[in-house]
Design a protein around this ligand. Sequence first.
Ligand SMILES: Nc1ncnc2c1ncn2[C@@H]1O[C@H](COP(=O)(O)OP(=O)(O)OP(=O)(O)O)[C@@H](O)[C@H]1O
Length: 378
Amino acid sequence: MLPTVIGPYRVLETLGSGGIGTVYRALDGRSNELVALKLLSGGPTMDSRAAKRLLREFETLVDLSHPNVVKVYDTGFFKNSPYLVMELIEGLTLRDYLALQGSDMASPPSGAHLASADVSVSRDPGSDDSGCLPFNLSAFAEEAPSEELAALRRSHSDAAARRPVATKSSWEDSNSYSSDADPLDFEPPDEEDSGDAPGKSEKVQRLEELNRPERVGRLKDSLLQVCEALAYIHAHGLVHRDLKPSNIMVDEDRQVRLMDFGLAKFLADDAGMTLEGRLVGTFRYMPPEQILGEPLDGRADLYSLGVVLYELLTGRPPFDARTPVNLWHKVLETEPPPLLALNQRGDPQLARVAHRLLRKEPDDRYQTAEEVYEALSE
Ligand SMILES: Nc1ncnc2c1ncn2[C@@H]1O[C@H](COP(=O)(O)OP(=O)(O)OP(=O)(O)O)[C@@H](O)[C@H]1O
């Protein structure tokens, strides 16, 4: 049931629900300003200690201020659940923004505008917005296999030991994961495998749509802004940990906001905030080091950015599978198909950037968001 009042905020409507909570449009009774309020519903795995720890993390976010990072105004507790009050973004997720057709671009991409009949938003293939996925997701509706994750990690322990960043404490930390994060973010492996695979001309049409020069221009411009946001949060010791297209919003001035720091954690806090045993993050965007439970730094977000870029350039993720374990094996053991083989007319410069971001070893990727910014600007 919709709560009517949360602290000093009057709840007006539900904007949506994600992996760890629900976001409401709300009115701040003191200032009369509209805000977005994210109320966490951690369920049984979030005890009061974890909730308090999370609240402390949130409180540090209030000090952040950057044009490309969603502004966090306030935090609090409602019926033992922490909440986060943010600026309300009237806009679109990056994926929907890129799917706007040329004629729509004459008007700003606001949510209100979207709701009107004169705007068509065709979703890019591979959308991670689960409500609109054209695929059967039932395989992931169950608890993700923590034992298999542990076995996978054991089988990669030699490789992990070779990594300079792997430490005992991080390994202990990894064993507390149960990998039940956001199972609703998958699609079947290859188009050829599914009965309703698109025909050749449909594929060509999709690729033409993905390669529209002004779409690619908007993609580049948006990613540059994401890089600025990442450079800022990394400089503040934060790792986003759940970077994906639905966490990137574009407002009516085409200004990008990086959203959803619910999973961010301080680099300094090695043990980290793991929501009491969950593998936090969205499977499809997770770098190898996150799957292996190793300590993360900003380069983990750069890997996720690579997945986002690859997907938005080809319409499909770099690694795809029907189960989390198969996906993790692929991420750890195989190379993504060459982007330009999937989309021959794709932008070669963006393709190069995507492949470098997707390198398994963090040392082989770009090292900072600033470096990615430079590479995208070339
Ligand atoms: N500050 C905001 N302003 C406007 N809409 C927002 C804001 N924050 C979140 N939303 C919207 O609320 C919905 C739910 O967001 P939420 O962050 O809970 O989930 P998500 O990002 O879709 O998934 P996950 O929690 O797995 O990352 C999304 O549709 C999102 O676009």
